[in-house]
Ligand binder design. Sequence first.
Ligand SMILES: [Zn+2]
Length: 127
Amino acid sequence: MHELALARSLTEMVDEYAAKRGVTQIKQVNIRLGTLSGMTRALHFCFGSASKGTSCEGALLNIIEIPITLYCRHCNDVKHPSGRYNFRCPDCGMPTPDLVTGRETELVSIELYGTNCLASEPSYTNY
Ligand SMILES: [Zn+2]
């Protein structure tokens, strides 16, 4: 249950961040999720249960989905594959093992009640 583990680590991180600043209620959590992680919906669902009893309870989880891009050495350019499991260059057909984006899980920002800032702090990537 990878989604739940991710949701938990996400809420823990946000909760810790909030605690350090004496904040008890988070308004919104913004994260970037690569298409390849394939767990947008599940994460929404898990976030609800993982956040119970934390400062994230009732917070809005905003997921910014990042499409897959690949680097084709043959074309010397970044390409957008036609499908999630199609790791070939759409133009020249060569295999493109170099994933540029699409796998990231990254906490972008946390919005607290009473402020309109926030924090591009703690950024993390979880493969
Ligand atoms: Zn190519």
